[in-house]
Design a protein around this ligand. Structure first.
Ligand SMILES: CC(=O)SCCNC(=O)CCNC(=O)[C@H](O)C(C)(C)COP(=O)(O)OP(=O)(O)OC[C@H]1O[C@@H](n2cnc3c(N)ncnc32)[C@H](O)[C@@H]1OP(=O)(O)O
Ligand SMILES: CC(C)C(=O)C(=O)O
Ligand SMILES: [Mg+2]
Length: 565
């Protein structure tokens, strides 16, 4: 029998932390953010950024508001080295921004990294070495003690010494026990405690201890437990800025980041839209906007998110997925009818300063520089709500409910035929053709209205065309609609009953027009709508009646039987 292939994997072990605190914590302020777009993001690209692309990204990160930016791995290549030099020599680092460089715990690479930073006002030197059992065994062939002493402590001392030799720079340090997520917790603690001592970290001059899920191995609650365990058990917590660096192998990088901040981390490293090794680094935009949509200022500016996406796509030469949280082309779009209906109603109910409570829209697209245009798009999954939303937003036409139902059937038929999405323009075109242009065979030409105030009546003389031939009508009634219906019924030899009437203004000032929707029944036909718009409100009503009559006749197929007086 074939062996079950899943047996070659092991399940992750839970952390014994019975009194864990993080599940009840609520995040109320932004963490310290570090962007590693120019390092971890860059090292994962098919074609790493050249200096021009790196500069473009660097400027964008500053514009967004990052105060700590990992600008590269200067010992990796001349491009990386030169980029750091350029930032320093051309004085391109704002006073409130600190650059950071990464180096492995290897002497020559640490020395080269310090060389790249010569003349910097401030800098963070980030030293890492792997600590996980798999790396100790297959890469280093070292015991725990050897990794602790010969990699971590020895190189921490070297970094400190090189800093002392270059006092012109305000040095800070970061140490990462790489593969923390796959390492025994007690060993991670031993390494971290030893490195904190080796760097001489104090409350006043703290060391950044960065705990990476270099590879995401477990559910995010386990990572949070590990971070809380470290937060509570390291020897000198007061001398540490506790940082985290999640990856996204299981697709839960954002959740791991959020939980770990709840678990006591002060700082988080990630990239814009989550570019990075394999499935990517933790997505800073995702978490920042999660905070924002909970009412917490993330201290990063994403008010023009599409412009940021453009820069990121240019620099990384990778597209951002259309469903990517907050930024994807489709993430503020509802296609399904019931969603559209709820959004339309919630927009109508919303007042200017209300708390944002919008079904299916966790965040106001306007806050990110997005318009409402793409919020509702209509395809075969859509209903009357979406269709009438588009007519209202794009054309100012506010259809009465029964007309929404009638018109959505017309649109559905057109969509079933074409099988494709309908744009607002398509829908506007169908509405115009079906209702406003329904002026054949009976077309409005002119009218004259005389009020008979004594009898509380009006007398209406109307000129219409029937298939292009002029025809005069006259009638009396309690208003122009009543009077016109009287004349028209006589002409047609059929009763016309007005079932419903709605009218509203479109636009204002000189360009204002009236839109009129009249539901009528011709003879014993089923009731249907006519609609018209015109700067003159009476004209709009008369045209709407003719639109309804023409539509009823067309539906009945009796156009040929009409009567001419
Ligand atoms: C999780 C992370 O993202 S960590 C950051 C990873 N990023 C990068 O690696 C990008 C930039 N890296 C590079 O350009 C190169 O890897 C360099 C320049 C750093 C090093 O290149 P090389 O010296 O050619 O080594 P290479 O990377 O191929 O292999 C690693 C070697 O270093 C050894 N090594 C790894 N860590 C250490 C260490 N801390 N001390 C000593 N040796 C080490 C490995 O055992 C291996 O040795 P071997 O060649 O004897 O088998
Ligand atoms: C160097 C470290 C922080 C890293 O990128 C990782 O472990 O993912
Ligand atoms: Mg990483």
């Amino acid at each position: 029998m074939l062996k079950d292939p899943s047996t070659k994997y092991r399940s992750f072990k839970p952390v014994h932390l019975r009194d864990r605190q993080w599940p009840d914590t609520v995040l109320t302020r932004a963490p310290i953010w570090l962007s590693t777009d120019l390092r971890d993001g860059n090292q994962a690209l098919i074609e790493p950024m050249n200096v021009e692309r790196k500069l473009r990204m660097f400027r964008e990160l500053i514009r967004i508001g990052f105060k700590e930016i990992e600008v590269g791995f200067p010992s990796a290549s001349q491009t990386e080295f030169d980029f750091v030099r350029q930032l320093i020599e051309k004085n391109m680092i704002p006073d409130d921004v600190t650059i950071q460089v990464l180096t492995p715990a290897r002497e020559e690479l640490i020395r080269r990294s310090f060389e790249s930073l010569k003349g910097a006002k401030r800098a963070i030197v980030h030293v890492y070495n792997a600590v996980a059992p798999i790396m100790r065994r297959v890469v280093f062939n070292m015991s725990q003690d050897q990794v602790l002493n010969e990699l971590a402590v020895k190189h921490a001392r070297l970094a400190r010494q090189l800093a002392d030799e270059n006092p012109g720079t305000d040095w800070r340090f970061e140490y990462s026990p790489e593969m923390f997520s796959g390492t025994e917790l007690d060993f991670s603690k031993r390494v971290v405690d030893a490195v904190v001592e080796a760097f001489g970290a104090t409350r006043e001059k703290p060391l950044i201890i960065n705990l990476p899920s270099t590879v995401e191995h477990s559910t995010p609650n386990i990572f949070a437990d590990m971070v809380e365990w470290m937060h509570r058990n390291v020897a000198k917590r007061e001398a540490i800025i506790l940082s985290i660096h999640p990856h996204n192998d299981r697709g839960t990088g954002t959740a791991a980041g959020e939980f770990a901040l709840m678990a006591g981390a002060d700082r988080i490293e990630g990239t814009l839209f989550g570019n990075g090794e394999r499935t990517g680094n933790f997505d800073v935009v995702n978490l920042a906007l999660n905070l924002y949509s909970q009412g917490v200022d993330p201290q990063l500016d994403f008010s023009d998110i599409d412009a940021i996406r453009q820069v990121v796509e240019y620099c990384n030469q990778l597209p951002v997925h259309p469903r990517h949280p907050y930024v994807g082309d489709l993430v503020y779009t509802s296609f399904s009818g019931s969603h559209q209906d709820a959004i339309k109603k919630a927009f109508a109910a919303r007042k200017e300063d209300d708390i944002w409570e919008m079904p299916y829209l966790p965040l106001d697209p306007k806050d990110l520089g997005r318009s409402y245009e793409a919020v509702i798009r209509v395809n075969s999954q859509s209903g009357k709500g979406g269709i009438s939303y588009l007519l209202e937003h794009e054309y100012g036409l506010s259809l009465p409910r029964r007309l929404q139902i009638e018109f959505s059937q017309v649109v559905q038929e057109a969509m079933d035929e074409s099988g494709r999405e309908m744009t607002a323009e398509d829908i506007g075109g169908i509405f115009t053709q079906q209702y406003f242009d329904a002026q054949q065979p009976y077309a409005y030409v002119a009218h004259h209205l005389v009020e008979d105030s004594k009898r509380n009546e009006v007398e209406l003389s109307t000129e219409i065309e029937i298939d292009g031939r002029a025809q005069k009508l006259s009638g009396r009634g309690n208003g122009p609609i009543d009077a016109f219906i009287a004349g028209l019924s006589q002409l047609l030899g059929e009763k016309i009953a007005v079932v419903d009437y709605h009218e509203h203004a479109i636009g204002s000032g000189a360009d204002a027009a009236a839109a009129t929707y009249i539901e009528l029944r011709l003879g014993d036909s089923k009731a249907l709508f006519g609609a018209a718009r015109d700067p003159n409100i009476v004209t709009a009503s008369l045209k709407a009646i003719l639109s309804g009559v023409n539509r009823a006749l067309a539906l009945r197929g009796s156009v040929g039987e009409r009567r001419v007086a």
